[in-house]
Design a protein around this ligand. Structure first.
Ligand code: PEP
Ligand code: MN
Length: 343
């Protein structure tokens, strides 16, 4: 259920409603909107009729059920008519979900200090807003490069110092969360971990944004339920990422579900980006798919960039060389302009 407060409701009235929700055995989540506040009352669905009576409290405009299985992630908790959507603040000048398209770029994995610093400067100069790089790599083969781990985190922090770009990296294991938290601005959940509920709950206790990737075999609603795990554990800064799903098609590594873009826009207030690198698996498709993503309404893209893809330790075939990345940024500017956004 969500309890929609009147635009002019006082803090005291809000507090009273929160207290009553707790008395009824539900957990209140206050969502501060531009025009008014709403409170999500989360708990056992069976007793929800009792919440209906909160409509009689001063300051309450209405009490409405959330029909979707995810609650806090649902568009229904925001004032859709006012076009309210979440904007996730990452760092000074970097917000995901606002008018500006967020371009995240960098190598698949952090390979060495020198190469990371080099790529970071390249992508920053080309206009990327955030640097990506995996320190913990969830590889299909146990014999493949697994990442530099803590050493990689230190290089990411150094790259941030040098370039000013906030950094995002994947955390695979709940035990590593504290360490990763110390070094990066955004913690990423990879496709293979989208339903690792222990990890999601742990990330829900943090005060840093989470980049949640869709699994290769999760439906959009399952994906949003995973987001709900993080939100319901207390962290409301979730950025979603469509990265391709598994289909019968083998010409590309995965199939970019471009339909997910308008569907997500309709179902959730959370911002979302598209990762055309993992979706396609081939660098030559990354450019057109990136344009398609922004044209369809994505809030950003995440792209792998490597100066020497032939010798990259991971995902070379889908990595853009810096020159191609610059070309992409120029083309994106025109698409962003056409859909009323900017780069
Ligand atoms: C990544 O972004 O580095 C990655 C491993 O992607 P995914 O989890 O989408 O496969
Ligand atoms: Mn990769």
């Amino acid at each position: 259920m969500i309890i929609v407060m009147h635009p002019g409701a006082s803090k005291k009235q809000l507090k009273e409603v929160i207290d009553r929700i707790e008395e009824l055995g539900y957990t209140p989540h206050v969502i501060h909107g531009e025009t008014r506040n709403v409170i999500g009352a989360i708990g056992d669905e069976r007793g929800k009729a009792r919440l209906q009576y909160l409509e009689a409290l001063p300051g309450v405009e209405r009490v409405v059920p959330i029909l979707r299985p995810y609650k806090l992630a649902s568009i229904e908790v925001k004032d859709e008519r006012a076009g309210e959507r979440s904007i996730i603040h990452v760092a000074e000048g970097v917000d995901v979900g606002g008018p500006r398209i967020t371009v995240i770029a960098g190598p698949c994995s952090v390979e060495s200090r020198e190469s990371l610093l080099h790529i970071a400067a390249e992508v920053r100069d080309a206009g990327a807003l955030m640097l990506r790089g995996g320190a913990y790599k969830p590889r299909t083969s146990p014999y493949a490069f697994q990442g530099l781990e803590a050493e990689g985190l230190r290089y990411l922090a150094e790259a941030r110092e040098q370039t000013g770009l906030p950094v995002v990296t994947e955390v695979v294991n709940p035990e590593d969360v504290d360490l990763v938290y110390e070094f990066v601005d955004v913690l990423q959940v990879g496709a293979r971990n989208v339903q690792n509920f222990a990890l999601l709950k742990r990330l829900g206790s943090l005060d840093k944004p989470i980049l949640l990737k869709r699994g290769m075999m999760t439906t959009i609603d399952e994906f949003l339920m995973s987001a709900e795990y993080i939100l319901s554990a207390g962290n409301d800064r979730v950025i979603l990422c469509e990265r391709g799903i598994r289909t019968f098609e083998t010409a590309t590594r995965n199939t970019l579900d471009i339909s997910a873009v308008p569907v997500l826009k309709e179902r959730t207030h959370l911002p979302f980006i598209v990762d055309p690198s993992h979706a396609s698996g081939h660098w030559q498709y990354v450019h057109p798919l990136s344009l398609a993503a922004v044209a369809a309404g994505a809030d950003g893209i995440m792209v792998e960039v490597h100066p020497e893809p032939e010798i990259a330790m991971c995902d070379g075939p889908q990595s853009l060389k810096p020159g191609k990345f610059r070309e992409l940024m120029q083309a994106l500017e025109k698409i962003a302009d056409a859909v009323g956004r900017k780069i």
